[in-house]
Design a protein around this ligand. Structure first.
Ligand SMILES: Cc1cc2nc3c(=O)[nH]c(=O)nc-3n(C[C@H](O)[C@H](O)[C@H](O)COP(=O)(O)O)c2cc1C
Length: 309
């Protein structure tokens, strides 16, 4: 079906040809999916894996466990550092930009200084980045990550540290709690957009060995099982802020993406679904276009936040 609906959206200054984005850490850095479809010609944006100023080793294995309708991961933000990331992926990501796919680079850190340093390095070395996403919500690292985004003040401090260092759009990736209050603090600190939610901390115990099914006692749960929770949090956050939102959590179909948009999301990221169905993004996009056409609108923006209680 050829869509008659305009699908273009603006995520805080990142102009996307359609609302579909990828959730950080679930899509490699795009090139890993090239065998399945033309990434640059399909997606509105790609969000890359979290990267810190210096390389991080991540957590010990096992890092992944399968659960009913979900997975749990404890990757711990393994990454090659900004320089290594740009060296390995810079040329590919610049090519995505040329094809009209926006590139969002994700910034990780253990402290305000580390967030600042990573932002400065990205500013200098990554001209291909359309904007940045600051990860203050990783549940799998001992310091920084979710701890940095746990309260409105702590979250705003990270945003205020990064804000003066770049003129490019800055999105903040939020943890799954207090999203209205923390969202308001991030907006006041200068965030251009918010993305939510990151994984939900959970536990899975092997009852035979009495040990965790991953190397750490807790890990982040993602996938279809968290979708309804994510939609609720997008809706709560949308009531609280004026800046645009990117809805993340268990999106595996056009209907799931449409729910996020109705709840108030401007863009929608596909995460865990990429891992069990690497061809899902083009299907989700065509289902979303079909839904928008059936709703009788000429522009997908008319449907953002159009949920009726
Ligand atoms: C294996 C794996 C790695 C992830 N790595 C990151 C990361 O580097 N940065 C981040 O903000 N979120 C990371 N996430 C969280 C996802 O971006 C997303 O917020 C979460 O999985 C919920 O979406 P989903 O249910 O569609 O997967 C990761 C998730 C998984 C499953």
């Amino acid at each position: 079906m050829v869509s008659t609906v305009s699908m273009a959206v603006d995520l805080g200054g990142i102009k996307m040809r359609n609302p579909l984005n990828t959730a950080s850490g679930t899509f490699g850095n795009g090139v890993q999916f090239e065998g399945f479809y033309d990434v640059g010609a399909t997606l509105g944006a790609i969000t890359c894996k979290g990267v810190a100023a210096e390389p991080w080793d991540g957590n010990p294995a096992p890092r992944l466990a399968e659960l009913p309708s979900a997975i749990m991961n404890s990757v711990g933000l393994q990454n090659p550092g900004v320089e290594g990331f740009v060296e390995r992926y810079g040329t590919y990501l610049a090519g995505l930009r040329e094809k009209g796919c926006q590139v969002i680079c994700q910034i990780a850190g253990h402290s305000l200084d580390e967030y600042r340093r990573a932002t400065e390095l990205f500013e200098e070395l990554a001209p291909f980045a359309s904007g940045f996403e600051v990860n203050i919500s990783c549940p799998n690292i001992a310091a920084g990550g979710a701890a940095m985004g746990a309260t409105p003040n702590a979250a705003a401090e990270v945003m205020s540290a990064v804000r003066p260092l770049t003129d490019r759009p800055v999105i903040v990736k939020m943890a799954p709690h207090d999203v209205a209050e923390i969202g308001r603090a991030l907006e006041a600190a200068g965030a251009d957009a918010l993305s939510l939610i990151n994984t939900i901390p959970g536990m899975a115990i092997d009852v035979h060995t009495r040990r965790s099914r991953v190397a750490r006692p807790t890990a982040g749960v993602s996938g279809p099982a968290i979708h309804a929770i994510a939609v609720r949090m997008v809706w709560e956050c949308a009531q609280a802020v004026r800046i645009p939102l990117c809805g993340i959590g268990g999106v595996a179909s056009g209907t799931d993406a449409a729910e996020m948009i109705l709840a108030g999301a401007t863009a929608v990221s596909v995460g865990t679904a990429n891992l069990y169905d690497p061809t899902c993004v083009p299907r989700i996009l065509s289902e979303l276009e079909q839904w928008a056409a059936e709703q009788g609108v000429s522009d997908i923006n008319e449907l953002i936040g159009a949920f009726e209680c």
